[in-house]
Design a protein around this ligand. Sequence first.
Ligand code: UDP
Length: 322
Amino acid sequence: MKILVTGGAGYIGSHVVKALGQRGYEILVYDNLFTGHERAVLYGRLVKGDLSDKVFLDKVIKEFKPDAIMHFAAFIQVEESVREPLKYYRNNTVNTLNLLEVMRENRIKNLIFSSTAAVYGIPEKIPINEDAPLNPVNPYGFSKAAVERILTDLSQASDFNYVSLRYFNVAGADPEGKIGQAYKEATHLITRALKTAKGEFDKLQIFGTDYPTPDGTCIRDYIHVDDLAMAHLITLDYLLDKGKSNVFNCGYGYGYSVKEVVEAVKKITHIHFKAEEVGRRPGDSPVLVADSSRLKSELKWRPIHADLEYIIMTAWEWEKKL
Ligand code: UDP
């Protein structure tokens, strides 16, 4: 079975590549290495390429002839997307369109798409299930929601099948310590807090303390990257066996506030770094917590790392090595 993985040298992609490799799949990683790293690709072959280059992408796909494509390549920072929306629509939406066109030309009909909880915006009901309306509140969320719409239309118009996995807040690192998030400019909370503990920043900023939550800070559902990787493997089986399109939330179903995460990071690292309360960060939704019962009941997903301290611990072990 041959799987092409776009963005397979990045944080989540590299963990999925490891899981695929351990299962014996033949893997080709297509990555422009803007934020990914060659050394993160533990299995398969890496081709350096950009999704904007349709001619090259077509050549790679013609040669490799994948049975399915997993599409991770994207920009992922909410705050940056607010400042630079075109960058997000170009890379996340237009480049995905390129991929879909090349897939169609080569009759590749199975895709797993990395979507996000950001497609929900400010949900009316918590936890959020997949039927909640999509109302993104930032360009990042819109850039992914637009792709979801394209995927729906395409699957209805042809024999193309996809599964969209809506990731909540992915964190943690490979428990064996071989891979982890390795992006210098990382802005995500746990990574940023760990880098502050390490002394890379003199303080952590807590963005917004006036949200309608118990301690006033935003609440997120943090999911360990290896549990997410397992979700991809079972999704792949589903897609190839059932040949049906679907959408699944990926989260644990409970959330932690920014302040709770900061306290947990201090506890695990034993470092009492400075955390300063500042104003809200544009584009943030107050509470994003998943209802993942569809993934559990339909695909029998059984997460094994659902523990914030374990997530932080694996991320800390990795961060200390960088
Ligand atoms: N956050 C924060 N300080 C930071 C980074 C993030 O207070 O240095 C907050 C952010 O405002 C949001 C939450 O942590 O409320 C999660 O943000 P992150 O960027 O990790 O993920 P997102 O939910 O935006 O994808």
